[in-house]
Design a protein around this ligand. Structure first.
Ligand SMILES: [Zn+2]
Length: 113
């Protein structure tokens, strides 16, 4: 829903608080595939340095720093600040209901990978 407000507001999935950006710390891109010892230089470099910075749908890590202190993930549009949903950081892939919501709102979206 378009509120006409430019402030980012994310609901913490742990404590249910709708937190303003000033209460949160950004943790950059979510769902990164981790590479460690034994991986190729290219894989490790991509893991360390390559980050998507799309104008549109993006999955990010956020920490509710001035609340419960926990990390969570958020799906939002970087262009409009529309938030599609938030979910616990331990979840390996975006929940189906959030994927469906994004597909409904952004029919041309290519998926999160
Ligand atoms: Zn919280």
């Amino acid at each position: 829903m378009e509120t006409g407000c430019n402030m980012l507001l994310l609901e913490c999935p742990y404590c249910g608080v709708k937190a303003e950006e000033t209460e949160l710390s950004p943790g950059y891109e979510a769902h990164l595939k981790r590479f460690g010892p034994g991986s190729s230089d290219e894989e490790f470099e991509a893991y360390m340095f390559a980050r998507k910075n799309p104008k549109g749908v993006h999955f990010e890590r956020w920490r509710h720093s001035y609340g419960c202190g926990k990390w969570f993930l958020a799906a939002r549009c970087t262009a409009t600040l529309e938030v599609f949903g938030t979910y616990p950081a331990q979840v390996g892939e975006p929940p189906a209901d959030i994927i469906e919501k994004i597909k409904a709102r952004r029919p041309d979206w290519k998926g999160y990978k």
